[in-house]
Design a protein around this ligand. Sequence first.
Ligand SMILES: [Zn+2]
Ligand SMILES: [Zn+2]
Length: 217
Amino acid sequence: MAVKEYKKTEQKPLSKNFRLSEFRCKCHNPDCTVTKLDDDLVVWLQKIRDHFGRSVNVNSGYRCEKHNAFVGGDPGSHHKKGMAADIRVEGILPEEVARYAESIGIQRIGLYSDFVHIGSSPSKRFWVGHEGVLVATHGGAPVQEISLKLPVLKRGMKNDTVEALQTLLSGHTGYALAVDGSFGPATEEALRAFQRENALQVDGSCGPATWAALMGL
Ligand SMILES: [Zn+2]
Ligand SMILES: [Zn+2]
């Protein structure tokens, strides 16, 4: 995590699809001369952009003290620290954006009727609406957590989880596996190919790291 301070007028690409100017404070106060922005926030937003493949509009990025007060922002708002952005993803419901954000491990997510607040702070806070009603989840349990709870699968096993593995492998590799819940040689071959392609340990067994990669972490 690194919050950097830029000149407000500075022009600079930050990632494949985001530019510094998109995060500028929207006010015209003469004393508002900088843009604060956390690198991590841009990384998260780029992941969202890549996942949906749609343009991401930043309604509000950095806010100076005055502008934050003007728009009715919370006095402790992370927009003032450069650690939050309110976004809209073209053609995607905010609920879906919030769910995806949660699934990749973003810890500050506010769901509003027409945008999603995304924050880069690692302290968890999920809420809904301008009243800030706290919620435990937006429906997207983090992939990392799920992947740790899934069993390690190996050749010779037969169960429903193997079916899930076969479905994921068929989707991620060129292998057209039978989804029969039986971990045989073909499943192992596809799994090894997937592990090789994703720079995972090629051991032919599906453990947490492989599960996480399969689920798109
Ligand atoms: Zn300002
Ligand atoms: Zn916000």
